[in-house]
Design a protein around this ligand. Structure first.
Ligand SMILES: [Fe+2]
Length: 159
């Protein structure tokens, strides 16, 4: 074998080995098999009386006063989920956002360092015109890096 053929063969072998190493490293870094259907749309609790384990740890849970007054601030707390989701470098909540009906109100991003728990408090103040029929729907969304986008909502009365 001449030098040129040897180098060419060595390069092909090392490239194949490199790809195998990369795939193995990705397997080690993301050991959890991901259900791709969770990334097809927005996930919601299907039966609130019988939440699945995935729904219990991913569907945002909102806490807010049942009735608020226009122009007066109140706190909306959003937890992911009813049993708090894990937060680490392999599996974490990327963000929590709050909408007032269809209007984006705010968003908190999380780093995958494990310093924070996936719970956020938003101080909200609604104008009287935010309510249709005296009711406002608070909508929270969160995104898990392995389990997709999830949504929860809560209706409150506005006077
Ligand atoms: Fe998750």
């Amino acid at each position: 074998m001449d030098r040129r053929t040897f180098l060419k063969n060595a390069m092909v072998v090392s490239m194949a080995a490199g790809l195998a190493d990369t795939a193995a490293a990705a397997e080690r870094y993301f050991p959890t098999k991901v259900d791709q259907s969770l990334f097809d749309g927005i996930n919601r609790v299907k039966n609130p009386g019988q939440k699945t384990p995935l729904e219990k740890t991913h569907a945002p849970v909102l806490k807010a006063p049942e009735m608020v007054k226009a122009g007066e601030p109140f706190v909306v707390e959003v937890s992911v989920g009813e049993a708090l989701h894990v937060m680490g470098p392999v599996h974490w909540i990327e963000y929590i956002e709050l909408n007032i009906g269809n209007e984006p109100a705010g968003r908190i991003d999380f780093e995958p360092k494990g310093y924070l728990k996936p719970r956020a408090s938003f101080t909200v103040m609604l104008p009287a015109e935010a309510a249709s029929g005296g009711k406002v729907t608070l909508v929270a969304r969160q995104r898990c890096n392995l389990h997709g986008l999830w949504e929860g909502s809560l209706d409150i009365a506005l006077s």
